[in-house]
Design a protein around this ligand. Structure first.
Ligand SMILES: *Cc1c(COP(=O)(O)O)cnc(C)c1O
Length: 430
C-alpha cells in the first residue's frame, strides 16, 4: 500500500496501514470493529456532503476521509480490508462484497448491457457458469465458452459485441493454466480503435492462486476477483468476495454493491483483516510444501491415471507456471490445490473415486469430505457430482472434468498424516 516504506508484503499484510482515512486506529493493535448499520451525520450540511461524496469519481477513497452513511454503502472495517487487498494484488482500488459470487457478478455486471457478449474459458467455477448461462442470458447478455489457451481461437471469437473476457488460472478444478499475458495481448489488439465504453475488459478469478502466488494485474489484466471465503479468509469461518481494479471503475463497483445489496459484513471483514490476511503467506508456504509431497505420493500410485499439480515435473504448463505463478520473491508458487483422476474407463474411474472418497469420509482424521477450498483443514471433493454438477456432461467434458476426477485442497495438517489417510483409502481399492 502506498507508504508501506519498502517493507515486504508478508509484513505489511500483518499490520495494514498504521494510519488510514477509513478509521483512526493508530492506537489499536488490531483494527476495531463496528456493528452500527447507520452513522450519525451531525448536521444537514454534513449529511448532504456525505451523499454527494459517495461513489463520486472525483473523490479519491484512498486519501479522502469518508463520511459514512449506512452500512450497505460503505463502512470502516471493509474499507480497511479493501486497502490491504488492493495492496496485496497491486491494484488501484478494491471493493468488497458479501461473497465471491457477488464480486464476480459485480465485476461482470458493470461492463455488460443487453446485446453484449462475454467470453469465458470452458473450465470455470460451477456457480460462475450458472450465473452466466442461467441468469445473464435472461438479461440479453450471451456468454460463450472459448478455449483461451489458443490465442487464435480467442481472436476469432471476439466480435463487436464482446465486452468481457473471464477466466480462472489455474482453473477450478482441473488446474489447467491460461497464459495471462497472451490473453492480455490479444485483447489489447482487439481494443484498438474502440471507445472506452466498448473496450473489452479482462477479468481474472485469482481465487486458486491467491495474491500470495499470482498477481494478474501486474501482467496487464484489468480486474481481479476473489472469493475471500477461500485462501484469503483461510479458516473457513467467513464468506466474502472482492473486485480489485482501476480507480476508474470504483464508482460503478460501489454503486453496484449499493443497489444489489451484496455488502460484506463488518464482522467478516474484521476476521479476514485480523486472521486471514496476516497468515496468508505462512499458510500458503506450508500448504504448498505439503501439496508438493502429496502430489508426488499420488503420482506414484498405479490406481491413479494422472495427477495435475504445477509443482510436478509432469505438469504440462511448467514453463507458464514458472512465468506467472510466482510468489512475491519471484519463486514458483504451485499452490495448495491438487487434481487427480482415477485409472480406468469413465465408469470404472467414477466408482473408484467414490470408493476413495467414501473411505476417507468414513475414517480419515486429516481429510474432510467437503466442498470449498483454501482452508487450514484439508478438503476432498468430487467435482463432477458436486461443485461442478451445474455443468452438463458435455460441458464437463469440454472443461476437462473427469468422472473419476478428485480435487484436494491441502491444509495445515502434518503431510505424513495426509499421506497416511490417502494411502489407506487407495489400499482399500485392492
Ligand atoms: C468459491 C469460489 C467462487 C465463489 O465464491 P463464494 O465466496 O463461494 O461465493 C468463485 N470462484 C472460485 C474459483 C471459487 O473457488
Amino acid at each position: 500500500m502506498p507508504g508501506s516504506g519498502g517493507y515486504r508484503d508478508r509484513s505489511v499484510l500483518i499490520h495494514g496501514k498504521f494510519r488510514s482515512e477509513k478509521w483512526d486506529f493508530q492506537d489499536h493493535i488490531l483494527p476495531p470493529i463496528t456493528t452500527a448499520t447507520s452513522f450519525r451525520l451531525r448536521s444537514a450540511e454534513r449529511g448532504a456532503e456525505a451523499f454527494a461524496q459517495f461513489a463520486n469519481p472525483d473523490i479519491d477513497r484512498n486519501t479522502a476521509s469518508p463520511i459514512y452513511i449506512y452500512e450497505r454503502l460503505d463502512e470502516p472495517c471493509s474499507g480497511l480490508l479493501e486497502e490491504s487487498l488492493a495492496f496485496a494484488e497491486k491494484g488501484e482500488c478494491a471493493v468488497a462484497y458479501a461473497t465471491g459470487m457477488a464480486a464476480i457478478a459485480a465485476a461482470i455486471g458493470i461492463h455488460v448491457t443487453a446485446g453484449t457478449e462475454l467470453i469465458h474459458h470452458p473450465a470455470i467455477y460451477g456457480c460462475t457458469h450458472s450465473h452466466l448461462h442461467r441468469w445473464m442470458t435472461r438479461f440479453g447478455v450471451e456468454s460463450k465458452a472459448v478455449n483461451l489457451r489458443d490465442s487464435e481461437e480467442l481472436a476469432a471469437a471476439i466480435n463487436a459485441k464482446t465486452r468481457v473476457i473471464f477466466f480462472e488460472t489455474p482453473s477450478n478444478p482441473t488446474m489447467e493454466l491460461v497464459d495471462i499475458a497472451a490473453v492480455v495481448e490479444a485483447v489489447k489488439a482487439a481494443n484498438e480503435g474502440r471507445c472506452d465504453e466498448e473496450k473489452i475488459r479482462v477479468v481474472v478469478d485469482n481465487t486458486f492462486a491467491s495474491p500470495f502466488g499470482q498477481r494478474p494485474l501486474e501482467m496487464g489484466v484489468d480486474f481481479v476477483v476473489h472469493s475471500l471465503t477461500k485462501h484469503i479468509g483461510g479458516f473457513g469461518a467467513t464468506m466474502g468476495g472482492v473486485v480489485i481494479g482501476p480507480r476508474s471503475a470504483e464508482t460503478d463497483l460501489l454503486l453496484y454493491r449499493k443497489d444489489f445489496g451484496a455488502t460484506l459484513s463488518p464482522d467478516a471483514a474484521w476476521h479476514i483483516l485480523t486472521y486471514g490476511l496476516p497468515t496468508l503467506s505462512i499458510r500458503m508456504e506450508r500448504q504448498q510444501e505439503s501439496a508438493q509431497k502429496i502430489a508426488e505420493f499420488l503420482a506414484s500410485d498405479p490406481n491413479i491415471e494422472r495427477v495435475v499439480y504445477p509443482g510436478l515435473p509432469t505438469f504440462a504448463d511448467r514453463e507458464l507456471a514458472a512465468k506467472q505463478m510466482t510468489d512475491i520473491d519471484g519463486d514458483l508458487a504451485p499452490g495448495a490445490m491438487i487434481y487427480f483422476n482415477m485409472a480406468g474407463d469413465d465408469q470404472a474411474a467414477y466408482s473408484q473415486a467414490v470408493k476413495v472418497i467414501n473411505h476417507i469420509a468414513d475414517g480419515a482424521l486429516s481429510i474432510t469430505l467437503a466442498v470449498s477450498l483454501g482452508q487450514i483443514r484439508t478438503l476432498i471433493e468430487h467435482p463432477s457430482s458436486m461443485t461442478h454438477a451445474a455443468l452438463s456432461p458435455e460441458d464437463q467434458k469440454l472443461a476437462g472434468i473427469d468422472p473419476g476426477g478428485i480435487r484436494l485442497s491441502i491444509g495445515l495438517e502434518d503431510h505424513r498424516d495426509l499421506i497416511k489417510d490417502l494411502h489407506s483409502a487407495l489400499e482399500s481399492l485392492k
